[in-house]
Design a protein around this ligand. Structure first.
Ligand code: AMP
Length: 393
């Protein structure tokens, strides 16, 4: 796997696909800067070598050239973070862009306008990719969040370069996932939560060969519990996925994977912070009540599995963590994973809402790695090869 560390960028122009798809507030200022910070090591390595950097990214889902999605809004913040005054061009292809790229001097950074202002980007149009490619000498992909898309700037552009490599962020994402899916130290435990079984099925099927323990929490618990004959009251359930749930349990048994389902639940009489709550057996939830978090006995049982694990993958909260009343299970689980990490386990957290949970409760620096790409990470966990990664390999 070639990274920017395998190249000397002196007097070279690096065309870098970054993921600057950051949230903007009402005043069009950058909210969360973590994606910009994550790209810093790659950009600095190139500048320190004596090269220059051309940054390209998408931002949001614009329909044509919608100014509120202009990358110009993030130039100020990104310049502060990178410690260089970034130059900006108001397009990503064309004469003006070519000129700006040509005049770029070593140590300078140029940012192109939102790639998705051109529909060719998402279509993976080769002419558009070729135009982008003409701007730089070396192509660097550092955008994990879009690595599962065969877009012009993430995949197609790569074939027009002799020299191409991964940025340090993307390399670290791949390494962390390979650490979990490849030669991971045993016992390996996957904690899967979130709302639905249906969105996690392919992940479960793919990882069963690689794990020793499967901990299931969150809304998908109740499809399993009901399929096994339990009473789940008004809890979230996917009626048509019950057979699939039983099939997963059987498959896990055949593969020697121990499945841990919750034994008790925090139940509520409505989906609300203000609801009346109680703790009951997960199999005996009364009608009119719904399970919205794991209970204290489950926290203990999950804790003892996590404590003995050497590799941990966490995807999806085990309760409705957005409401304080039902966040205790997710917080306890985060604490258990943090403690196991302190004791030497490798822990990877990723995929959408678990990242939000980890950030909200301050576990970000207490786990080994927090993945930045929700969809891309899920596809890797599903065993798919990602076009953005293949294009460089
Ligand atoms: P996902 O995107 O599939 O990881 O699902 C995350 C969502 O699942 C979060 O918004 C949680 O609030 C929700 N969730 C977790 N546990 C439950 C539950 N027991 N019932 C309903 N929703 C849940």
């Amino acid at each position: 796997m070639k990274t920017v560390n395998d190249f000397n960028f002196k007097n070279k122009k690096a065309l870098i696909r970054v993921d600057f798809n950051v949230p903007l507030n009402e005043d069009l200022e950058v909210g969360d800067t973590s994606r910009i910070e994550a790209a810093k090591p790659t950009v600095l390595k190139i500048l320190e070598d004596g090269g220059s950097a051309i940054l390209m990214s998408h931002l949001g889902r614009p329909e044509g050239k919608e100014q509120r999605y202009s990358l110009e809004h993030i130039v100020k913040k990104a310049s502060e973070i990178l410690g260089v005054q970034i130059k900006f061009v108001s397009d990503s292809v064309g004469t003006q862009v070519k000129e700006a790229a040509k005049n770029l001097q070593p140590g300078e950074v140029l940012m192109l306008e939102n790639l998705r202002f051109h529909p060719e980007e998402k279509k993976g149009n080769d002419d558009f990719a070729k135009e982008l490619a003409s701007l730089g000498d070396i192509y660097v992909n550092d955008a994990f969040g879009t690595a599962h898309r065969a877009h012009a700037s993430t995949t197609i552009v790569a074939k027009h370069f002799q020299d191409k490599c991964f940025g340090l962020l993307l390399a670290k994402e791949i390494e962390s996932l390979e650490k979990v899916l490849g030669n991971s130290e045993k016992p390996v435990t996957a904690v899967l939560g979130g709302a639905k079984v249906s969105t996690k099925i392919t992940v479960i099927e793919n990882i069963l060969d690689k794990i020793d323990h499967l901990i299931i929490g969150g809304g998908m618990t109740y499809t399993f519990v009901k399929a096994k004959g339990g009473k789940i009251g008004n809890s979230l359930v996917e009626e048509d996925k019950q057979d699939l749930a039983l099939k997963i349990l059987k498959l896990a048994e055949e593969k020697g994977v121990q499945v841990h389902l919750p034994v008790d639940s925090v139940i509520a009489d409505s989906f609300s912070e203000m609801a009346d709550t109680n703790v009951v057996s997960v199999k005996e939830i009364p009608d009119g009540w719904m399970g919205l978090d794991i209970g204290p006995e489950t926290i203990n049982q999950f804790g003892s599995v996590i404590k003995d694990s050497k590799t941990i993958l966490w995807n999806g909260p085990v309760g409705v963590f957005e409401m304080d009343t039902f966040a205790k299970g997710t917080i306890a689980l985060g604490e258990q994973i943090a403690a196991a990490t302190r004791d030497g386990a490798f822990s990877l957290v990723g995929g959408g809402d678990s990242v939000a949970a980890v950030k909200k409760f301050g576990f970000e620096d207490k786990v080994s790695y927090v993945s930045t790409g929700g969809g891309a990470m899920l596809e890797m966990l599903e065993g798919k090869s990602l076009p953005g990664i293949e294009a460089i390999k």
